[in-house]
Design a protein around this ligand. Structure first.
Ligand code: A2P
Length: 257
């Protein structure tokens, strides 16, 4: 387990019967970029059982934070959902990932589009002061089935209002767009449909969505990503990478079947 740090759980919060978040200690040598992920897990029968998780915490925070789904018969999450204060979790020492600022060419509006636990990398990104220097505004759109599943994101965005050094930046530049598909809410519908129709930008008082000024980061379920990529490619966006920055980048959210 030499490529893993052993960390101690410092808090756990259950948001719904499908979602929870937790914090743990952070080895001082563990450095990452906002938006990256690493392998995390638990020792099971003497061996590490690991899955990819995005860091939800800010790069400068003393603790690490993760946002997770609970799958009743999932090999890892069926156990991970029962962690408690003081328990040990394993955290991979090598963060990686494509949702990083340098893979995008400069633009005016950054759209962070996530479904379900795909919000996690964006929780780190919207707490990174650098992102507010690079863009005129940041749109955080989070799509869920039910209102209760928005809880983690709503609390996060509310916490930025009183943040010691981000409150003014977030107030000026962060636009939050939570949307729900399976019950009534202020904003309703799939993110794909809301962009295709330009309802999402128009609701926020922004110009129509397009590759000239807009940049996009995507994280969510495979069907969501597939449909979003079709929409983006059709609209003239190009996928970026560390070698060749583009107008959008994409990452699969953690899933456990
Ligand atoms: P819907 O309720 O219409 O399926 P999940 O929990 O299944 O990952 O879904 C999270 C959110 O993503 C839900 O609001 C869901 O809408 C939406 N969603 C699922 N598939 C797609 C897709 N192909 N394109 C856009 N949104 C999607």
């Amino acid at each position: 387990m030499s490529n893993l740090n052993q960390e101690t759980v410092t808090s756990v919060r259950h948001w719904t019967d499908r979602l929870f978040s937790f914090t743990c200690t952070r080895d001082p040598s563990f450095r990452f970029l906002a938006g990256q992920f690493t392998m995390i897990g638990l020792p099971v029968n003497g061996k590490p059982l690991l899955r990819a998780y995005s860091m939800a915490s800010a790069v400068y925070e003393e603790q690490l934070e993760f946002f997770s789904i609970k799958v009743p018969d999932g090999p890892l999450t069926s156990k991970l959902q029962h962690i408690a204060l003081g328990d040990t979790v394993l955290v991979g020492r090598k963060p990686v990932g494509t949702l990083v600022q340098d893979s995008l060419v400069p633009g005016r509006t950054l759209y962070l589009l996530g479904t379900g636990t795909g919000l996690a990398p964006f929780a780190s990104i919207i707490r990174d002061p650098d992102i507010y220097d690079r863009f005129d505004r940041i749109v955080l759109a989070h799509g869920c089935r039910e209102v209760a599943e928005l809880g983690y994101g709503q609390a996060l965005v509310a916490s930025l209002k009183d943040h010691e050094f981000l409150s003014d930046l977030a107030q000026d530049k962060l636009l939050y767009y939570p949307t729900v598909t399976r019950e009534p809410f202020q904003y309703q519908g799939r993110i794909t449909d809301l962009l295709e129709s330009n309802k999402l930008p128009f609701n926020l008082g922004l110009p129509a969505f397009g590759p000239q000024d807009d940049r996009v980061m995507l994280c969510g379920s495979e069907p969501f990503l597939a449909d979003m990529v079709k929409l983006l490619d059709r609209s003239g966006f190009t996928e970026g990478s560390a070698h060749q920055p583009g107008t959008y980048v994409i990452e699969k959210a953690f899933v456990e079947k």
